[in-house]
Ligand binder design. Structure first.
Ligand code: 3PG
Length: 305
């Protein structure tokens, strides 16, 4: 019987885990769980006999792949797969998939939630500002970006987007104004919401040049990855412009450097954009179904390597 391991240091909601277990066992496979594990060694030890792994932001590196002698497939229940060593997986003939779109609404709701929290001074009673009528720039118009646009329009924001991989007509059909360069997006929009993946091209790409272009009372919203920000430049933006604020899921590596700027930033203690029962069910069930379809029908939809 094939063994499918759900390895989630940050566990799915209980209701999602139960549905994943039922689906996998009803399909005739064994379902194992490794949740909130103490260290990477625990993951390495757990993968020895398994044929498939479902992960979230869990690290699947060379050591994990080396230890998983029977492994055929890893499914990242979520969008970003920067936590998987794709080269090492391909070298071992391990298929890697993600579940695009399944947790996007949850991430988008958090982005808008953090924006409201910041413009209302962390709900401390002081008079704040509103989102209505303000310009929001969506940096990458993928699954999350589209949901952010929809919700922001509900707030009455004017929504712009930059994405070289998405047609202008697609954005226009959603009532979003396409912008043809990243510089123009930052120059034009008081609020910027990041939705770029973390890869060799995008890491550290959000830099001082872009941040210094933003209009007054600029706010950067990061529900993407901390790696896409040039941290030194982020701190420089805080120092040089008193009107700059930052909300992020999650903290920069050097969180202590933000301490002098209390009130102008908010970071989640643990990455929680996709931490809703709905997103966990959607992404977890999609991952389980993709693994079942892979083993039963050799279905390679959503393969990323
Ligand atoms: C994603 O890439 O899908 C999101 O960042 C969510 O990550 P998580 O599953 O670790 O919460």
């Amino acid at each position: 019987m094939k063994k499918i391991l759900v390895a989630t240091d940050k566990p799915f909601a209980k209701v999602a885990s139960e549905q994943i277990r039922n689906l996998i066992t009803e399909a005739g496979f064994e379902c194992l769980f490794l949740e909130k594990y103490p260290d990477q060694q625990a993951l390495i030890q757990a993968v020895g006999e398994v044929d498939a792994i479902i992960i979230r932001s869990d690290i699947v590196d060379k050591d994990v792949l080396e230890a998983a002698k029977n492994l055929k497939i890893v499914v990242r229940a979520g969008a970003g797969y920067d936590n998987v060593d794709l080269g090492a997986a391909t070298a071992r003939n391990v298929v890697v998939m993600n579940t695009p779109g399944q947790n996007s609404n949850a991430v988008a709701e958090l982005a808008l939630g953090m924006m409201v929290y910041q413009v209302r001074n962390h709900f401390n009673g002081a008079s704040g500002t509103e989102l209505y009528g303000k310009k929001l720039g969506i940096h990458a118009y993928g699954n999350v970006g589209k949901h952010v646009a929809r919700i922001a329009k509900g707030f009455g924001m004017e929504v712009f987007a930059y994405d070289p991989f998405v047609k202008a007509e697609t954005m226009q059909a959603d009532g979003v104004i396409p912008v043809d360069s990243v510089e123009a997006l930052y120059t034009h929009c008081q609020f910027i919401s990041l939705h770029i993946p973390a890869n060799e091209k995008t890491k550290k790409s959000v830099n001082f040049d872009l941040l210094s272009r933003m209009p007054s009372n600029a706010m950067l919203v990061n529900t993407a990855r901390k790696e896409v920000i040039n941290e030194g430049d982020l701190f420089k933006a805080f120092e040089t412009r008193k009107d700059f604020s930052y909300v992020s899921d999650v903290a920069p590596d050097n969180l202590a450097a933000l301490e002098p700027f209390t009130g102008r930033y908010f970071v989640t203690p643990k990455k929680m954009g996709a931490q809703t029962a709905e997103a966990n069910i959607n992404a977890g069930i999609a991952a389980a179904k993709q693994i079942i379809a892979f083993f039963n029908d050799n279905d390679l939809t959503f393969k990323v390597n």
